[in-house]
Design a protein around this ligand. Structure first.
Ligand code: FES
Length: 580
């Protein structure tokens, strides 16, 4: 931690718009005054952009307009000038073909909003899965002082007295309906009990994971991740973050000061400890790419190996985010990492304190929810990175969500050429498949789907489910919802649509999964593989226009974060004509 605050007072970038009496400045100020802003707000105080991903079609973020008011309170209290700005909102539940296709578009648009407008610092008001990484990517590329405030998780759901977790139970219940164990009426009743308050998914799905990643990176105030959306302390967190961003601007405390390699390593280990989503792999790689940190897939395996999963939350465990908050939340987990020698304690955070100083005095209030290491859900909880002739650039698997008896497995491939092929065949009783087979799904990667849909945890065939079998080895270039579970190899790279080996797997091939040795192998000769690859042609035409064309033309592989190639890196936030 070597950060030295900048001298204050000094002229801020917003003064290029508002400071002085030139024609341009009068023009910029004058228009702002039609909202009733008094003249002294333009006197050189920090202008704070509140980038708000509120949207009624992003239900997880639909309460953020309320939180924005509390951020504003904090900004005013600290002597800043808050301006709320709508940011591209990528709804996980409603955006087609997949919210992930628009993560980079959101990042690109927010980056330009930050750079092209009079903002000295930014509050990233986020929640649903892609909103958090997209705005962090934008902040990384502009390097304007920024702080994350998430909307917080929903309250616990209950159905027939049992906890119901967002997403996790959707998968469970839909399998139960398929297996004839649940009626459609019961399903509808359960569905209503799943989302009983404002907020993001209440499991340790991708939203809660990314909120935790923001906190573990040091980009949110300590304790932010777990406070329920409707808890009054969520509003306090928003207000305190509003106060803090003003001081961050004065100190010139930037994302590049906080998001250094050590911060990413802290986040990777935190992800292992919480049993976080595999989506965090892609998002952290992309964020690192924006701030110029050399983070690789191998860092995930290296850093996560020694970390037990101790947070007993669905989908890996039993409880939900509300209980995680009552137990003490993420600071308890980070403290545990520090005590185990698995934390860069001196990592700087947006609070100005080191990570360790923030967490060293917290207490675990519930050892059923945040488990002691000897009762860990998985001894080695980190995301596993598999390599082999089927995944030369890597594939990932989440051990805490997998079945231990399948972690070493050899099985006959049953191939689905794309998601439509899967949907057409999976319920066919004549499909030649049993529980020993390996289900292979192609053309669902960043370029292929496009956007890399969360379909990697493809449901099992009904005839297998009826035997009471709930897991099989599944391999794809797709992602998996953070709320899902299973022995699922994801993000296989290079993807099928880019001509990776996954593209040439055939029905009847044998595939070996060897998690202890990090191996994913297609059991054919090198010559046969080379011949198949030489004869490969793309299964689908690419888009010819619009954003889908831009995405497919420029998206990089999942192994490097699936960012658009021309968006990587930090471009800063110069003002005026030089802004590009
Ligand atoms: Fe938005 Fe889960 S769908 S947080």
């Amino acid at each position: 931690m070597t950060f030295t605050p900048a001298p204050w007072p000094r002229r801020l970038r917003s003064q290029d718009w508002f400071g002085g009496n030139g024609r341009d400045q009068i023009y910029h100020r004058g228009w702002m005054k039609n909202q009733g802003f008094p003249h002294d707000l333009f006197d050189g105080r920090p202008v704070i952009g509140i980038l708000n991903t509120w949207s009624e079609l992003t239900p997880c973020n639909a309460h953020l307009n309320v939180l924005a008011e509390f951020v504003k309170r904090g900004v005013y209290e600290a002597g800043g000038f808050p301006v709320e700005v709508p940011a591209f909102s990528t709804s996980e539940s409603a955006f087609r073909p997949t919210a992930m296709m628009f993560r980079n578009l959101a990042a690109m648009s927010v980056e330009e909003q930050m750079r092209g407008q009079p903002m000295d610092g930014c509050v990233l008001l986020v929640g649903c899965d892609k909103t958090t990484p997209s705005l962090l990517m934008a902040a990384g590329s502009t390097d304007l002082p920024s702080i994350v405030v998430t909307g917080g998780p929903m309250l616990n759901g209950y159905y027939k007295g049992e906890r119901v977790g967002s997403g996790t139970h959707l998968w469970k219940f839909s399998e139960a309906v398929k297996a004839g164990e649940m009626t459609q009426d019961e399903f509808a009743e359960a569905e209503a009990s799943m989302s009983r308050s404002a907020g993001s998914c209440n499991t340790m799905g991708t939203a809660s994971t990314m909120a935790s990643m923001a906190e573990a990176l040091g980009m949110a105030l300590s304790g932010n991740a777990a406070i329920p959306a409707v808890d009054s302390r969520r509003r306090v967190m928003a207000q305190m973050s509003g106060r803090r961003i003003v001081q961050m601007v004065k100190d010139d405390l930037k994302p590049s000061d906080v998001m250094v390699k050590a911060a990413f390593e802290n986040a990777i280990r935190t992800n292992a400890a919480i049993g976080g989503s595999t989506n965090a792999v892609i998002h952290l790689l992309a964020i690192a790419g924006r701030v110029g940190v050399d983070l690789t897939l191998d860092d995930w395996d290296r850093c996560g190996r020694d970390v037990p999963t101790v947070v007993n939350l669905m989908p890996s465990g039993k409880y939900l985010m509300e209980e995680f908050f009552y137990a003490g939340g993420l600071p308890v987990v980070i403290k545990r990492l520090g005590e185990a020698g698995l934390l860069h304690k001196d990592a700087l955070t947006v609070s100005g304190q080191s990570m360790w100083d923030q967490v060293k005095d917290v207490t675990n209030h519930n050892e059923e929810v945040i488990l002691p290491a000897e009762k860990a859900l998985a001894k080695s909880g980190g995301v596993v990175v598999l390599k082999g002739n089927l995944a030369p650039k890597g594939a990932v698997l989440k051990p805490s969500a997998a079945s231990s008896h399948l972690l070493t497995h050899r099985g006959r491939a049953v191939v689905f050429e794309d998601i439509d092929d899967y949907k057409a065949k999976i319920n066919d009783e004549a499909l030649d498949i049993d529980e020993t087979c390996v289900m292979v799904l192609k053309n669902c990667g960043p370029k292929g789907y496009p956007g890399m849909a969360e379909v990697g945890n493809m449901g099992l065939p009904p005839k297998v489910l009826r035997k009471g079998i709930t897991d099989m080895v599944r391999i794809s270039d797709a992602r998996m919802s953070g709320t899902a579970y299973g022995t699922v190899c994801l993000h296989t790279s290079p993807e099928a649509a880019a001509g990776g080996p996954l593209a040439v797997v055939q029905n009847g091939d044998f595939i070996e999964l060897d998690v202890p040795n990090r191996r994913l192998h297609l059991d054919i000769s090198d010559e046969e593989l080379a011949a198949r690859l030489a004869a490969w042609t793309p299964a689908h035409e690419l888009y010819q226009s619009g954003y889908a064309w831009l995405h497919q033309s420029h998206v990089q592989g999942a192994d490097t974060g699936a960012d658009l190639d021309f968006l990587k890196g930090c471009r800063g936030a110069p003002v005026g004509k030089d802004s590009h």
